[in-house]
Ligand binder design. Structure first.
Ligand SMILES: Cc1cc2nc3c(=O)[nH]c(=O)nc-3n(C[C@H](O)[C@H](O)[C@H](O)COP(=O)(O)OP(=O)(O)OC[C@H]3O[C@@H](n4cnc5c(N)ncnc54)[C@H](O)[C@@H]3O)c2cc1C
Length: 417
């Protein structure tokens, strides 16, 4: 009896670990949800204001999301994310579906001639994609995260630096700075960088002596996206006609089915195709190209759907892998990075959100398994190399091949370097 009372007191005296997550995007929210599940108390800080509305249509139109340049670009969420949610976060999956996201089963990707002879197996559920606008996924994750005990979301707050302990051999992180002076320091047991493509932390840490290595390669394309909403009473064009996703060498295109009657079209143009890029940047040129694509034109036909806003363009796309380990040693202590801040790939593969959430899930498991900072860094790095690296290598190779194909399409005498 005494022993069990003592045990209870001991448990009550153990302070839950406190983590700070910088960035309330997909990877940041996913990491916070996974950490809270492991009993960590998490503060998520984001530079942007909160969504003014929980309604995807209003948030799509009104939410100023300057911290996420790709916020209004086409997104689809791969089976890796679906399976992760289904198996570990089913309430979040239910929230997302309730907000209008749809499951696209394996059969949805089969052409009619294969569909006839297709007998679904239970395991085929593992190939299910999720389709929604990115705003809808973000709102669902945010709503879900905000309802979890142990998660606090602090909007409108830009993290400007790290609190570092100078004495150890490598930089040791004990918090973040949100302004000048001691009062502007927030302390934590560890800090997670989920601040996306423009993360300030690699540079800050390098200045503090962290030897972060980096691999990167250009994706070689520029993304052009326009959103549409089906007109009342109209449904999505039937499958089985011309492909709504294809790679023509000089142009890749895709129709992205989304939520609540919305869909989008993305035209991905090789960087070297200057003329085509200039054409599709403007709505009239974008529409003209869509009208020429037999798999896209039934969607963008004005009788079927109305455009919802202008064309969004995004360039500077790359693959990137940052190494926070040098051999068996971490280059910084009590600091981890997830999502685009550390690993990113050509958006055409649609892997970023799955990879970011998966990293958060893996990191939370590592943090629950050991309190040793060195063991945490090693185990997290090993998990990413095992779960994500093989896909990364294939994507980089395919990007290089696609760039060569595009060069050859433009110049038949082209010789690869
Ligand atoms: C054009 C395009 C299309 C894409 N399509 C797909 C797709 O179809 N499927 C898919 O899975 N992935 C896709 N991706 C990739 C996906 O968008 C990213 O991988 C994903 O958003 C990464 O999430 P993140 O949380 O790391 O970063 P983000 O979602 O970019 O979030 C970063 C967050 O950090 C905040 N922040 C930044 N700096 C600070 C600071 N100093 N202080 C506080 N907060 C800060 C920002 O406000 C933001 O909320 C696409 C990417 C692009 C560019």
């Amino acid at each position: 009896m005494i022993a069990s009372v003592r045990g209870q007191q001991l448990q009550e005296n153990v302070r839950p670990e406190k983590g700070i997550v910088v960035g309330a995007g997909i990877a940041g929210l996913g990491t916070a949800i996974a950490l809270a599940r492991q009993g960590v108390s998490v503060t998520v800080i984001d530079r942007d204001p909160p969504p003014g509305s929980d309604d995807p249509d209003r948030a799509f139109a009104e939410w100023p999301r300057r911290g996420v340049a790709q916020f209004r670009h086409s997104h689809v969420f791969l089976a890796r994310l679906y399976v992760l949610l289904r198996d570990h976060y089913p309430e979040l999956l239910a929230t997302l579906l309730q907000m209008g996201a749809r499951k696209l089963p394996f059969s949805a990707s089969l052409p009619p001639q294969l569909l006839d002879g297709y007998d679904a197996l239970a395991a085929d559920d593992d190939f299910t994609l999720l389709s929604s606008r990115r705003v809808t996924l973000e709102l669902a994750m945010r709503r879900f995260a905000a309802a979890q005990p142990g998660i606090e979301i602090v909007p409108d707050c830009r993290v400007q630096g790290l609190v570092l302990s100078p004495d150890s051999g490598i930089p040791e992180v004990s918090g973040v700075r949100i302004g000048e002076g001691e009062k502007q320091e927030l302390r934590a047991d560890f800090v997670i960088d989920a601040s996306g493509r423009t993360s300030p932390f690699p540079d800050l840490l390098r200045k503090a002596g962290a030897r972060i290595a980096e691999e990167s390669a250009p994706a070689g394309i520029v993304y052009f996206t326009r959103h549409y909403r089906l007109r009342p009473g109209r449904s999505e064009p039937p499958r089985g006609g011309a492909p709504s996703v294809a790679d023509l060498g000089y142009l890749k295109f895709g129709v992205f089915r989304a939520d609540n009657g919305w869909f989008s079209v993305t035209l991905a143009v090789p960087e070297i195709e200057d003329g085509l890029r200039a054409l599709v940047r403007k709505a009239a040129g974008f529409d003209a190209v869509c009208a020429q694509l037999p798999g896209v034109s039934p969607w963008t036909d004005r009788a079927c759907a109305e455009p919802m806003g202008d064309v969004y363009a995004m360039g500077g796309l790359d693959s990137l892998w940052r190494h926070y380990m040098r051999g068996p040693r971490p280059v910084v202590r009590n600091f981890f990075a997830v999502g685009d801040a550390v690993i990113r790939s050509n958006p055409l593969y649609g892997r970023g959100c799955s990879a970011g959430f998966l990293q958060g899930h893996l990191l939370a498991r590592v943090i629950a398994q050991t309190s040793d900072p060195l063991a945490r860094a090693q185990a997290f790095y090993a998990a990413q190399m095992r779960e994500i690296r093989p896909y990364y290598d294939i994507m980089v190779k395919q990007d290089a091949q696609a760039t060569r194909r595009a060069e050859r399409a433009r110049d038949p005498d082209y010789q690869p370097r």
